[in-house]
Design a protein around this ligand. Structure first.
Ligand code: NDP
Length: 317
């Protein structure tokens, strides 16, 4: 596993990290969750990404991860980078979402309790809050770090201007922004329109979420929607109507290209993101150990030639 420096910080992250948004909740098979965490860590994935609301039900991914940590990985705590986030709806009333100090710090305490740990490595503002002053949200991240409940501060889903402003505020507070977590894949390239430049200039790392476009950038939908796929799953965020003939036409061409590289499409999609050194880590999801192993196989061929990149752009047009 290659480890890449996260922006201009002292922290290195694995080129591939594992996220627990789907497939690690109480609705999922705990034995499989445990096997995936073991497989990941045994193969050099030191970074596990969570959020208060991951499940379903919300909070259950943190509870399950906490159990696995306690029974199997407690003695490896210093070898792990654990992140969590707050921003989306977690509890009723006016203090259960967005970016107030009240919500963020209460949520962090709840996350630590669910995972049964004293601190997380990274605490994120999960989304910008249009109504709370950015200063307040950033002060809450700074306080989380100063209190020792988080080692680093991060932001997610902030646009380039918001990210720049957040970075300036955090730097003044003495807690530089470690990392930004944007959605970024061959199918979602907004990060290329200014965000990656801001992160590079500010010395902030980038961890790309949903790198496989929730499974679209794999071979699984080439022959319809399998019953066990996210698009067919009632809890899934990928909807059946997103699996359109136009999308599948592109996926077919990309899949042929990947096969030509002796890779799966999932592997090519990950290699395509890691070609950019500004991308510190690619944050994958997995439902099975086989998928995880397959995605990690991307590391066997990260090389992307200029001709290949051009061809991919033509397919995506
Ligand atoms: P991906 O784009 O990697 O999609 C994961 C899904 O793709 C799997 O559940 C599986 O779908 C399919 N898959 C994975 N590997 C393979 C493979 N090798 N072959 C075939 N199919 C495969 O990422 P996610 O959307 O799951 O997001 C990853 C992480 O990013 C999350 O866990 C979370 O940590 C983070 N995230 C952050 C957000 C934010 O707002 N900050 C928002 C969303 C995600 P199937 O179940 O259909 O088999």
């Amino acid at each position: 596993m290659p480890y890449r420096r996260c922006g201009k910080s002292g922290l290195k992250l694995p080129a591939i990290s594992l996220g627990l948004w789907h497939n690690f909740g109480h609705v999922d098979n705990f034995g499989v969750c445990r096997k995936m965490i073991h497989h990941a860590f045994d193969h050099g994935i030191t970074h596990f990404d969570l959020a208060n609301n991951y499940g379903p039900p919300p909070g259950s991914a943190e509870i399950n991860f906490g159990k696995i940590l306690e029974t199997d990985l407690a003695s490896y705590r210093d070898e792990l980078v654990i992140s969590t986030k707050a921003g989306y709806l977690m509890w009723p009333g006016p203090y259960g979402e967005w970016g107030s100090r009240k919500y963020l710090l209460a949520s962090l305490d709840q996350s630590l309790q669910r995972m049964q740990i004293d601190y997380v490595d990274i605490f994120y503002s999960h989304r910008p809050d249009p109504d709370t002053p950015l200063e307040e949200t950033m002060q809450a991240l700074d306080q989380a770090v100063r209190s020792g409940k988080a080692l680093y501060a991060g932001i997610s889903n902030y646009d380039p201007d918001q990210a720049f402003e957040a970075s300036q505020i955090l730097r003044k507070l003495g807690t530089p922004c470690l990392i930004h977590q944007p959605k970024y894949s061959m199918f979602e390239r907004r990060a290329e329109k200014g965000l990656l430049d801001v992160l590079d200039k500010e010395g902030i790392g980038c961890i790309a979420f949903s790198p496989l476009a929730q499974g679209l950038l794999t071979d699984k939908y080439l022959k319809g929607i399998p019953a066990d796929s996210r698009a067919a799953n009632p809890y899934g965020f990928l909807k059946r109507n997103q699996v359109t003939p136009a999308v599948i036409k592109k996926v077919k061409k990309l899949n042929d290209m990947a096969l030509g590289r002796k890779q799966s499409l999932a592997q090519m999609a990950i290699a395509w993101l890691l070609k950019d050194e500004r991308v510190t880590s690619v944050l994958i999801g997995s439902r099975t150990v086989e998928q995880l192993a397959n995605s990690m196989g991307a590391l066997d061929n990260l090389n992307c030639t200029a001709a290949e990149l051009k061809k991919i752009n033509e397919i995506l047009k």
